[in-house]
Write a protein that binds this ligand. Structure first.
Ligand code: PMV
Length: 347
């Protein structure tokens, strides 16, 4: 092997949280556990070429969609300097990083979860080529370093359903990395759908970093963290039993609590738009009329994630086309299913 130059490439997905991570303790550790599933189509492809230098610390060039991106480069450099403690070889390498998203450009959504997990996986692959990382520890280390980049990214290194954060409700859990929980998940959830309605494209008005920080002085923070722990334990039971009605209730309540926290923080902000609320009302009416298990969840933004079991998807897709597409910017929505997780790309 030519050790003066080593490369690795990964395609890694985004994920959608069912129980939300909102609020940190210490550095990049979650104030409560969270549970998500990995998406299949919303992915980032990242290729890292590491060139040996004389030392002096890590340096990089970052290209996004083929163009050098200085803003992203600064953010990545901060992360890579931290990562030097876990990947000692970084101190004597120059990295050329090339990244692109499979999210359609027009959707205006980017995901720090897919980009940081793709990067962490590349670093772990290089570590492995250098003989510094075993197969057994590979994904745990990738999850650990994804978290350091962006908390929710640690849940993207595996397919299916994943839990991040130490909880007595499940052995083997940790604040430092996520664990896969597919072996407890009922078949009804295995091919769940997530249709992302693009209500508003573009940059979020408030970054998640700012949002997490607001919890430090939030009057309801302690209550929220207790609810996050409780909902994690309850969702584990629901995922095991396959109780769809309980799933609908818990996941929607989590999404609304996330936005309620934003609206009641010391510096309040509202990320939902009128169309977000209009869609939520439509979903609840549809459910009442049909008895189907269509539900919504929200991220830190105005877009709505519609979730439903696979066997109800024909009816749901008809409903989206006839009733909901009009609320989407440029009639845009993205269809995802529970994904199989990151894929290594041959270089
Ligand atoms: O990973 P961050 O720091 O961007 O935080 C993500 C927070 C939410 O997406 C709102 C919730 C979650 O658990 O993914």
């Amino acid at each position: 092997m030519n050790t003066s130059q080593i490369q690795a490439a990964w395609k890694s997905p985004s994920n959608i949280a069912l129980v939300k991570y909102w609020g940190k303790k210490g550095f990049q550790l979650p104030a409560n556990p969270s549970i998500s599933f990995t998406l299949d189509k919303a992915t980032t492809e990242t290729k890292v070429l590491a060139q040996k230098t004389q030392g002096g610390g890590v340096s990089l060039e970052l290209y996004f969609d083929g163009e050098r991106n200085k803003a992203f480069e600064d953010k990545m450099l901060g992360f890579l300097r931290r990562a030097e403690t876990g990947f000692e070889w970084l101190k004597e390498h120059h990295l050329i990083i090339q990244s692109s998203n499979t999210f359609p450009h027009s959707s205006g959504i980017a995901s720090s979860a897919s980009s940081f997990s793709a990067l962490a996986l590349c670093l772990c692959s290089i570590d492995q080529q250098l003989g510094l990382l075993s197969d057994k520890d590979f994904f745990e280390k990738a999850s650990y370093w994804s978290r350091v980049g962006s908390g929710s990214a640690c849940r993207s290194v595996y397919g299916g359903f994943n839990l991040w954060g130490q909880t007595d409700a499940l052995i083997g859990t940790s604040d430092e990395y996520a664990v896969n929980i597919d072996d407890i998940v009922h078949p009804v959830f295995k091919n769940f759908k997530d249709t992302i309605l693009i209500i508003e494209k573009g940059k979020k008005a408030v970054s998640s970093t700012t949002g997490h920080a607001l919890l430090e002085t939030h009057p309801f923070a302690e209550h929220r963290y207790r609810a996050g722990f409780k909902n994690t334990a309850t969702l584990l039971e629901i995922l095991e039993s396959g109780d769809l009605d309980a799933f609908v209730q818990l996941v929607e309540a989590e999404a609304l609590m996330l936005h309620a926290l934003m609206m009641t923080s010391p510096t309040p902000f509202i990320l939902m738009k009128p169309n977000t609320l209009a869609v939520i009302e439509k979903i609840q009416d549809f459910r009442n009329q049909t008895g189907l298990h269509l539900l919504f969840t929200l991220d830190a933004g105005a877009n709505v994630h519609l979730l439903n079991p696979e066997n109800e998807d024909n009816r749901v897709q008809e409903f989206i086309k006839s009733e909901l597409v009009g609320y989407c910017q440029n009639a845009l929505y993205l269809c995802n299913t529970v994904g199989k997780g990151p894929e290594k790309i041959n270089t």
